[in-house]
Write a protein that binds this ligand. Structure first.
Ligand SMILES: *[C@@H]1O[C@H](CO)[C@@H](O)[C@H](O)[C@H]1NC(C)=O
Ligand SMILES: *[C@@H]1O[C@H](CO)[C@@H](O)[C@H](O)[C@H]1NC(C)=O
Ligand SMILES: [Mg+2]
Length: 257
């Protein structure tokens, strides 16, 4: 994963609570460092709502910092926005008539779609406090296997399984992280899948959009029908064989070309 731009300053930093028990999707965000830090980028005349809309519609690109007017967003609104996307996805999914031949597929991205890396970004010695995303410390964080689930996505995942979807995770995480990724996914409640696709070393120079398009094409060629596709980056949802419908999950932390 190579975010080109990262959040530098968020005043109200939050972390999603880990699942509290089987089938229970927690519904709370815990502020970690409310009111910590200072500064933040400002765009004159732009409110946080305007900024969020412009980012999600891909009009503002390659941004470096979340504007200071959005300081409360991650702590509060992010969670609600995630719920709205999961809700829309479920409304769509439950209206479909599945063939139930094992080929009805829903694709999820992993980082900041299925698993949340907010705790990493919230660490004072990591990206929140530093100038840029740091690949070394991010990999160390991944190797801890401690990423919580994004509750809205986990809830949707469980409902899609009940509807009869096969789940395919396509992630920009490295193949070398397979064991810890599986450990982390299962620990937080993603207990089954049809495929979990990780990026091979030979593909390390490939952009997220090209890599994910290639993997989706392989699925289609194998006879799978990609009915839904959810990711926090536009590069998860653009390119070829994107699926019958895509769902853009919010990401207040970074942007991947
Ligand atoms: C990333 O973090 C490591 C460990 O703290 C540090 O040694 C390295 O200089 C950092 N890299 C960059 C590009 O900042
Ligand atoms: C999904 O898209 C394909 C290709 O456009 C189409 O043939 C198929 O009917 C669509 N499926 C659903 C459930 O809408
Ligand atoms: Mg992602």
């Amino acid at each position: 994963m190579k975010p080109t731009s990262l959040l530098l300053l968020i005043l109200a930093v939050a972390v999603l609570a880990p699942p509290t028990g089987a089938g229970v999707v927690p519904d709370k965000i815990h502020p970690l460092r409310p009111q910590a830090g200072s500064g933040g980028h400002r765009i004159p005349g732009v409110s946080c709502l305007s900024w969020r809309l412009a980012v999600e519609t891909d009009n503002i690109r390659n941004w470096d910092v979340v504007p200071s007017v959005c300081e409360n967003y991650v702590g509060h609104q992010y969670r609600k926005d995630s719920n709205a996307v999961a809700w829309a996805a479920y409304q769509y999914a439950k209206g479909l008539t599945l063939k139930k031949d094992g080929k009805d597929v829903w694709i999820f991205d992993i980082d900041d779609t299925s698993l949340s890396n907010l705790p990493y970004y919230a660490r004072p010695d990591n990206a929140f406090g530093a100038k840029e995303y740091n690949e070394t410390t991010f990999t160390e964080w991944e190797l801890e296997g401690k990423a919580p689930a994004l509750p809205a996505t986990l809830g949707l995942y469980k409902r899609l399984l009940k509807l009869g979807f096969k789940i395919v995770f396509i992630s920009g995480k490295s193949e070398s992280l397979r064991a810890i990724t599986i450990y982390n996914m299962k620990k937080v409640g993603y207990y089954t899948w049809e495929k979990l696709v990780l990026k091979q070393a030979s593909e390390s120079g490939t952009t997220a959009m090209v890599y994910k398009s290639t993997e989706r094409t392989k699925l289609v060629q194998a006879g799978y029908r990609i009915l839904g596709n959810m990711g926090d980056q536009w590069s998860d949802l653009m390119g070829t064989n994107i699926g019958n419908r895509t769902f853009k999950a919010p990401n207040p932390m970074f942007y991947i070309a």
